[in-house]
Design a protein around this ligand. Structure first.
Ligand code: SRM
Ligand code: SF4
Length: 573
């Protein structure tokens, strides 16, 4: 029996000498704005993607110019908590080296876009000087660990954020390459001195994502992650975590072997075992994940192929003890709590809506300037939410009036009064920077929402939160397959429309219409929204209603996600 060939990336990792490759040499080559193909893969582990401005492609092609290459940098922010100083530094670098905007991502990280090759090293160095880093923000390793910014249960939250940081630190790659290349760290003599105790030479088969949630809020969307911990709080104290494994969103149009998957909740561990469990789940995936086909290499496929029961028994072997039975928990929603909140210690938190997570100044709405002015006087911290929003957190009672005045001065004080639909929206970056985008998302969803708001207003749904997400392709960076309404790019101005995801992100949606033209979106959705407004049961969420009313089937775990996609054109595309 012949062994299947390893994917090309496995060779790149093996040859890279623990992620060094020829990145340093490539940075020094001023004849091009790009890096070699192999280094483009390796640089992801260092937190960067080589991109080009796709809006400029036709013109540059016409003039026979190299693509307008630049680099995106993703800054890890474990648990989404950033200090005021870190905010100010990120803001400064956005002007000094990037495109003048800060992107708050769906995994509570910062992204800077448009950094040219000659500025990359100094930007990474300055990020590290601000006590942040970019290592493992991307690549076949554990990514930014998410944790919900829960101001209500601040004592529990403190413990949970510590767990997120501990997991993040424990799973950070140990290679000296990052320090060597970006921070002028000392060169190690042989790669032997530079081992990766957890990952080994070839790291993981694919990216790996971890979250922690404190119910009833699922605002970090645990079911879309490789591994999640659901905090179990008894009598106000954190006692442990339920463990969920095997979630993920990405799929490829027309390829039924790829699909989004909801994580399985397989057991419970005491609070002091959380890092151990995280490590062992990673090890099982390291050893059993598919390294031959990158479209089949996420943990969700390992578990789908071998069953959750197999995974639990293997994990118990790696742990040397058994996970306990799952404890009861309940999630109510996966959205953010906007506006002002006071916590049990008398601190204040203001959650600001940030459309598409893009922090920038626009005529009439100088949000980036306003946040900079707040950061200058703010004595608490900033918390990035997994819904691409921003919490100005832990404002002391004596500072609240000052922060409030600045919010008002810069027009941010009413951000939470927008329609409930807009407040429940997410759009991935997509064009012009994302190399994989098939259609617009961040630049287009605001307009779609404006037209849908007319319908929502008309039928009396202005205050009803329906989760709505748009992505430029089926990789699912905005987690569209677990929203109640999901648009997934198919091609320029064309989207597949998915309906019926769970309001708390607990159920996948189903394809309702394929190839909806951008201009037809309102016409397709308006009758369904009207129907919902008149026929819904008391407290019934939109995602549940569309299933009851027969627009789509419910997805149950283990179901074939593509079961109701029977369109030949779709499958052959
Ligand atoms: Fe993502 C690839 C942006 C969250 C699934 N994602 C990309 C790249 C890097 C495109 C590329 O490979 O060339 C995008 C860069 C665009 C740009 O110009 O910035 C990109 N992903 C994003 C962000 C910035 C979207 C956003 O608007 O916030 C999010 C950054 C998160 C972070 O801080 O780490 C982002 N990506 C996600 C999520 C959501 C999540 O993790 O909760 C998912 C779905 C969950 C999952 O992983 O299954 C996601 N991104 C993907 C995939 C599909 C992976 C798969 O298993 O099939 C790709 C493509 C790939 O890896 O090959 C991808
Ligand atoms: Fe790019 Fe697709 Fe992710 Fe959007 S969903 S950022 S288009 S990879």
């Amino acid at each position: 029996m012949s062994e299947k060939k390893l994917s090309a990336n496995e060779g790149i990792k093996t040859r890279s000498n623990y992620l060094r490759g020829t990145i340093a040499e490539g940075l020094a080559d001023l004849s091009t704005g790009s890096l070699s193909e192999d280094d483009q893969q390796l640089i992801k582990f260092h937190g960067s993607y080589q991109q080009d401005d796709r809006d400029l492609r036709p013109d540059r092609r016409k003039h026979r110019l190299e693509k307008a290459y630049s680099f995106m940098l993703r800054i890890r922010v474990p648990g989404g908590v950033s200090t005021s100083h870190q905010w100010l530094e990120t803001d400064r670098m956005a002007d000094a080296y990037a495109n003048g905007t800060i992107k708050l991502t769906t995994r509570q990280a910062f992204q800077l876009h448009g950094i040219i090759k000659t500025n990359l090293k100094r930007t990474i160095k300055e990020i590290n000087d601000a006590a942040m880093d970019t290592i493992a923000a991307c690549g076949d390793v554990n990514r930014n660990v998410m944790c919900n910014p829960n101001p209500f249960l601040s004592s529990v939250h403190e413990e949970v954020i510590k767990a997120a940081r501990d997991i993040s630190t424990h799973l950070t790659p140990q290679t000296g390459a990052y320090h060597e290349i970006w921070l002028d760290g000392e060169k190690v003599k042989t790669s032997e001195e530079d081992e990766e105790p957890i990952y080994g030479k070839t790291y993981l088969p694919r990216k790996f994502k971890i979250t922690i949630a404190v119910p009833p809020s699922n605002d970090v969307d645990i079911f879309a992650n490789d591994l999640s911990f659901i905090a179990i709080v008894e009598e106000g104290k954190l006692v442990g975590y339920n463990v969920a494994v095997g979630g993920g969103m990405g799929m490829t149009h027309g390829n039924e072997a790829t699909f989004p998957r909801i994580a399985d909740v397989i057991g419970y561990c005491p609070a002091d075992k959380v890092v151990d469990v995280a490590e062992k789940v990673v090890l099982v995936q390291r050893d059993f994940g598919d390294r031959t086909d990158r479209k089949h290499s996420r943990l969700k496929y390992t578990i789908q192929d071998r069953t959750p029961e197999w995974f639990l028994s293997e994990l118990n072997k790696y742990l040397g003890y058994d996970l306990e039975p799952v404890r009861p928990y309940e999630f109510k929603d996966n959205g953010d709590r906007y506006g002002w909140v006071e916590d049990e210690r008398g601190n204040f938190h203001y959650t600001l809506f940030v459309q598409g997570g893009r922090v920038l100044d626009t005529p009439g709405y100088p949000m980036r300037t306003g946040l900079r002015e707040i950061a200058k006087i703010h004595d608490g911290d900033f918390r990035l939410t997994a819904n691409q929003n921003l919490q100005i957190a832990n404002i002391s009672a004596k500072k609240r009036a000052e922060v409030e005045a600045l919010l008002e001065k810069y027009g941010m004080h009413q951000s939470h009064e927008r329609s409930a639909l807009r407040l429940a929206s997410i759009a991935c970056v997509s064009l012009p920077t994302c190399a994989l985008a098939l259609a617009e998302a961040e630049r287009y969803l605001p307009d779609v929402l404006t037209t849908l708001e007319e319908t929502m207003e008309e039928v009396g749904l202005r205050h009803d939160a329906i989760t709505i997400r748009m992505t430029g392709c089926p990789n699912g960076c905005g987690r569209p397959f677990i929203s109640e309404i999901g648009f997934v790019g198919r091609g320029p101005d064309r989207y597949n429309l998915y309906l019926g995801g769970g309001h708390a992100g607990q159920r996948l949606s189903k394809l309702y219409r394929q190839d909806v033209a951008a201009e037809d979106i309102q016409a397709v959705l308006a009758p369904i929204l009207k129907h919902y407004a008149t026929e819904r049961n008391e407290g019934e969420h939109f995602g549940d209603f569309v299933i009851r009313a027969g627009y789509v089937q419910a997805t149950v775990q283990g179901d074939d996600f593509h079961k109701n996609i029977k369109d030949e054109a779709y499958l052959s595309s």
